[in-house]
Design a protein around this ligand. Structure first.
Ligand code: SF4
Ligand code: SF4
Ligand code: F3S
Length: 265
């Protein structure tokens, strides 16, 4: 990372809400300015770039051609695959064809967020566009997944920096770096002592909820969810359970279908 030339990153947006980009923009340690001016060369990112239209298309093609085999590809969003992928297009090309074209030219690929990693809400039943996670859309192509809706920016930037300095991180069976996804939310939850004592909040507006009792009986999926939220916190301030909301399992594959109903009351 102290080399003169900063590693090139190409960031593609597919079917998503841009919440993952928004999350990374709020990174504080290191802040985003340090990341994109001192650590990486973010050569293509549709939301952050000033240019648009043909000019931005040219930047993508030029970067991918000149840096073939050298750049890190970041993917945000699921990929519609039904009917040849016509339900998601950028610059007149299907997202699927863009992925098929750019992926083989990258040195490594990191999926940011549960949409690109596993399909996200776009893949939830009845999935009218045939949306898939990026790896699945390419028949199981190897990628590093940094899921969450959105993931903590520290997990994403930590993964990028780890890859650039030490190489491929250890991944779990769902492609997640164990460094950030090796423990469940439940294991580190500040309400765990109440779970162990059998003290559960009966409703969101109860005195027990305000006292910090466990949210399991209100639908919390923390015991089945691998993520570092309670340790890292968002903006170093809080995370859903600390704010009184159960974990909905946002870093697990297909959580919109598999973890619902999110609330039980
Ligand atoms: Fe938005 Fe969540 Fe998808 Fe990220 S993972 S793009 S925050 S819907
Ligand atoms: Fe576990 Fe959820 Fe209860 Fe926390 S609130 S202790 S994660 S069940
Ligand atoms: Fe997501 Fe659960 Fe953390 S909903 S943000 S994994 S507490």
């Amino acid at each position: 990372l102290t080399a003169k030339e900063r590693p090139t990153v190409v960031w593609l947006h597919f079917a998503e809400c841009t919440g993952c980009s928004e999350s990374v923009l709020r990174s504080t340690e290191p802040d985003i300015a340090t990341v994109i001016f001192d650590v990486l060369s973010l050569d293509y990112h549709e939301t952050l770039m000033q240019c648009a239209g043909e000019a931005i298309e040219e930047v993508l093609h030029k970067t991918v051609k000149e840096k073939e085999g050298q750049f890190v590809l970041v993917l945000e969003g699921a990929v519609p695959t039904k009917d040849g992928g016509i339900y998601g297009k950028v610059g007149g090309k299907t997202m699927l064809s863009i992925l098929e074209d750019v992926y083989p030219k990258a040195k490594a690929t990191i999926c940011i967020g549960s949409c690109s990693a596993y399909g996200g809400v776009q893949k939830a039943a009845p999935n009218p566009t045939g949306a898939k996670g990026c790896s699945e859309a390419l028949g199981g192509a190897p990628m590093i997944n940094v899921p969450g809706c959105p993931p903590n920016p520290m997990s994403f930037i930590g993964t990028v920096v780890y890859y650039l300095t030490k190489g491929m991180p250890e991944l779990d069976e769902y492609g997640r770096p164990t460094l950030f996804y090796g423990e469940t939310v439940h294991e580190n939850c500040p309400r765990l002592k109440y779970f162990e004592e059998g003290l559960f909040a009966p409703s969101f507006d109860s005195e027990e909820a305000k006292k910090g009792y466990c949210l399991y009986e209100l639908g919390c999926k923390g015991p089945d969810t691998y993520n570092n939220c309670p340790k890292v916190l968002f903006n170093q301030v809080s995370f859903p359970i600390q704010a009184g909301h159960p974990c909905i399992g946002c870093s697990e594959p297909d959580f919109w279908d598999e973890m619902s109903p999110f609330y039980e009351e």
